[in-house]
Structures are given as structure tokens and as C-alpha cells.
Design a protein around this ligand. Sequence first.
Ligand SMILES: [Zn+2]
Length: 504
Amino acid sequence: MAAFDAAVSVAGPDDLRLAAHQYNQLLHLLASADRASFPAAAARRVFAHMLEAGAAPSEATITSLARVVASDPDGADEAFQLVATMHSTYGLAPRLRSYSPVLSAFRHTGDPSKAYAVEAHMAASAITPEEPELAALLEVSAKAGDADKVYEYMHKLRRAVGCVTNDTAEALEGWFRSETAGLAGKAEWDARQVKDAVVANGGGCHQLGWLRSGPWMVRRVKVGADGGCGGCGCRLASVDIDMEETHTFADSVSGLALERETKANFSQFQEWLEANKQYEAIVDGANIALYQQNFAEGGFSLVQLDAVVTELRDRYNGKWPLVILHNKRVAKLMENSNNRHLIETWRANGALYTSPSGSNDDWYWLYAAIGLNCLLVTNDEMRDHIFELLGSSSFFYKWKQRHRVKYTFNKGKAVLIMPPPYSSEIQESETGSWHVPIEEKSGDERARTWLCIDRAGVTKRPHESRIANGVAQGLTPSEASNGAGQRQPEDQAAPVTGKRKDRD
Ligand SMILES: [Zn+2]
């Protein structure tokens, strides 16, 4: 600033030719300056000079300026004004980073209506808030005692992040320990409706508002390997994509497959699948049979495939999985009498679907696993071209986490690596408690700290029978998540199919 001021004092704006990027650099420097040096006044001066000199401001210019101004004790409104008018005044589109300092300023001034106005402006500019912005909105609404808004932001946060930073966790603790939080909630609700909502949402929340009332107990706890909460003792859910997303996903896969595959063949498969929905697991036959077969005598190992099928049947009380194999492979295998016997056994038990000539069997096993909402056994990372076509579906990663079973072999026996028993993401249970995972830098899931948030002194809850959580996974009871993070009732031993469909 001394250099800038010296230059300005000896030359008028017409003589001093600074390029736009030089103004931007100055503003950027000021934006990171210590607040004690009152950088806002200097930044306003630089910006005025920039306009006078006819240098065109960019989004970075306004964002830096807004950031400096927002750090001024009374600068929040001015900063919002700058960002809110950057499009109308300069034709510049604000970015998330433009809004962030403004929200942070209103967080400090504790001005909820202005913070909500910023959020509304962001929405109008098609900017989605991320964790720092949501934490600001959460804290502002919490301090104002606006329970409905806090609830709304809890769910926005749940959708936006997996684990939260310590800063966000502290904002949450602040809210739940407040008197207003204790008063928020309803004493009665329709337990069936809440359960159905949890199922429809994929197991991790109901979104029907605060349940019960009374002060909350907020604890920092660890979670066991099976998903058992070290605080309230409930079992955390393994959260799936919701039902609507599952349908959209299945539709987009079949849409793509029908464009690329012989239409009649794929339609026939869809019809067949519609009539044969009993499977708990789909097996990517070629992936397993070719696993580690790139040695001299290697080939297509039906033995490996058989080992996986056997292991799956052991887990599911003898129930057969569905193996998808290309018909060319099957024709070749049938030439060998040992193989023929095995393949005939699979066929007789409905455990084999052969994809037709000219098809790409990837479409078949992927569609089957999504359509039946069940497990998929493959080591395929699903990154090649057909999955790139699905790239825009943000839920693909989540779906894969929840449904894909990897495998390896140990002395000829298949070892299945099941999806994690619970999800490290914000969860709202059907009894109204919350669990929030906090960022864990070590990457060790067992070391992760969670916030366990439940109403204090609750001894009696509405009687509820255990439900399947609506996520597709036919795990054994010990592996299954109960979906709703509820306490383990007496009927713990009752089998949980976990399949999201009617089992009546
Ligand atoms: Zn808990």
C-alpha cells in the first residue's frame, strides 16, 4: 500500500497505468491481511482507483474486495451489497467464494434474516452452499433460536458432506445444548410414517422434523466396528441412495443399455428379471473367472466362480445368486464335461443368465444389481467407458459403496469383502436422535469421533418393532444395519433381510 500510495501521490489515474491484475493482486493481498491493520479502507481506495483508471474488475476483484470489507466490523451489509450487485453492475457471476465471507460476516454479527437473504441470493445464482456456509447458516439460526431453520440446515449439511469439521461440530453442540433446542419437537408422531420415510430415504433420515422434546444430551463418542454407538448404544445405519434415486439410476442404466445393446435382447432380460426378483446377489461371472488368470496356464477359471457361488450360498442359507455370463463363454465351457455338470446345476437352480451374442455383459449385471436393489459381486471398479456414461449421476459412488462386494481367494476358498456395515455420514434415526461423524485425519474409521445426540433422560420410547431399513443388502443379522439407528430391541435375533421391497 505504501508503494501504491507513493505512486498515486505523484501521478493522477491517467498517468498511473496499472493493469487490472495488479489491482487484483493488491486486493488479494489486502484480503489476507490482518484485520487489525484495517485493510478495508485501503481496499476501497484501491478499488476506486481501479474504476477511475478504467481497469475492468473481474469476479476475483469483487470477491477480494467483499472479503476485505466483510472483515470490517460494520462491513457485512456493504460486502453483501457488493456481491449481490456484481452481476447487475459489472456483468460478473458471483461464485461460492464470493458469498462465503458475507455469510461468515453475518455469522459474526448474528443476523439471521440477512444470512437467509444471502442463502436465497445464492440459490438464485445457482450456487450451492458447502460446509462452511452451512455451518454459518446453522450457527446463525441456532443462536436466533430458529428451530425449523436449524432442522433444515442439518439436512442440507447431511446431503452436502460426509463428515463435519470440528468447527461445525462445535456449532452443532452449541445448538443442541441450548434451551430452545430442548423445546423444539413434537411429543407425538406417526411411527409408521416415520419408518416409511426412513426406508424411502435410503435408511439415514426421515426429514419429518424434530421428534420428542426435552433437553438433549450431546456426547462425543466412538463407534464400534459393527456400527454400535458408544454413547446411546444404537446401531448406525448403512445408508443407501434413496428410492427415487434408485429408480432414476435403474432407468438411466436401462436407457443407455437399450441404446447400445440389441434392444430386443435387453428388453427380454428386463422382462425375465421382472419375473425373477428373488436374488440377493448378482455375480459378475467374467470378472471372477478371470481374476488373476494372467499367467501361462491361466484361463477362464470356473473353479473360482464356483467358489464365490458356494460362499454366497453359505451366507444366504443355500440361496442361489444370479451369475451373469456371456453365452460365448458358456458354449465354450460346455465342451468340458466337468464344467457342463456345474453349469447345468446352476441353470437348473436359476443361478445363471447368459447374455446374448454381441452383448456387453456389463450392462446386464449392472442393471440387475440396481434393478433388484441387491449386492453385486465384482472387483471391477466400474470406471471404464460404460460407467463414464453414468458419470453425471452423483449417486453412483454412493451406490457402489453400499452394494459392491469385492472378493479374494484364500487357499481356493472365496473371501467376500462386504460393504461397510454402517455409513460415516450424518444420520437421523426414527426415534429422533442424531449421529454426526467428525473428520478423522488418520483415515482410521475406528479412531473417528462422532457426536451422539439424543434427548436426555429418555427411558420410554414408543413401542416399535424392528424393521428392515430399506437398503438392499441381504446380510446376516450380525452384519445387517437396522437402518434407523434405533436401539437394539429384544428381537435382535430376528433375521433382517434388508431388502428394500415388500416381503409379505
Ligand atoms: Zn448414539
